[in-house]
Design a protein. Sequence first.
Length: 328
Amino acid sequence: MEPKVSVIIPLYNGEKYVEETILSVIKQTYKNIEIIVIDDGSKDQSATITKNLMSTYGNIMYYYQDNQGVSVARNQGMKKATGEFITFLDSDDFWHPTKIEKQIKQIHTTKMNVCYSGHINYYNETLREENNHTEFVQGDITKAFLTHRVLAQTSTWLFEKSILDEHAIQFTPGSSWGEDIEFIFKAVSVSNVCFVPEFLTYYRILSEGNLSSKFRDYHLKTQKETEIYQRLKDWITDKKDKLITNYYNELLAIINTYSFPHIIIDNACIYFQANTTYRQETLKEIKDDVKNYTKKLFIKNGKRSVKLHLKLLYVHAKLFQHFKASKG
């Protein structure tokens, strides 16, 4: 008999797209599926739309919780799940009809515990599709994932539930940035991973808001993402004997010398885009942040990573000069 797959959909004020999302699961060519919708305190018509679908399709379950964030909603979904496999689908994204079937087949073929596929950035207003290119790596993908060679979005993954249960892998409550990176890395660090080399998830890019409103919490975002990678360092150390990789020391080095600086550069560049009106103040904030983080990382990690940190400062100095020259 085909193994059951639990599809967990966290829902918050998703009335515009949730029906399309759920129907993309109903229309899967793989049929042994249960759909678990966790409503995280929606105030729109999301619940009504979901319950209407429940009256037509018998494999949809709906649960309501007071607003606690997407991580708690996903964790609640995992507690409710009865399938041998778990996958997640955000309430504004949708799947190609063959997504689950192809992943289950690949897991059976390779005898591995986790499978991912590619995703497509879907720009709703213009109906423009864009492949989000990723490398397809099999087996031990820990280094490839940490260095962003594997760019698989949350809704592209399929996990064997027993692996998540055995290692008590959950989403960190309250984590609002990068919670998927932490969860996925923990799963792939203890599992061999296979892939379907196709782009089977449509990740909707919404136009609501603007860069300035999205990234006004630049400092908080940087801090929260830094905390995620610190938790991953703790995970690697605590789970050393359980990891499937032989690159234990390299994983720690990647986080120290690549992940932390990448957070600063990525968030800083986005903040530049979002706050050109306040460019001089922004530049000063970013330069101060870079200096402070670099100092802390150097003190904590020693001279091994100082060259990369100095290069980071050089990049920001050039960025500063560019914006000063181009913006007056």
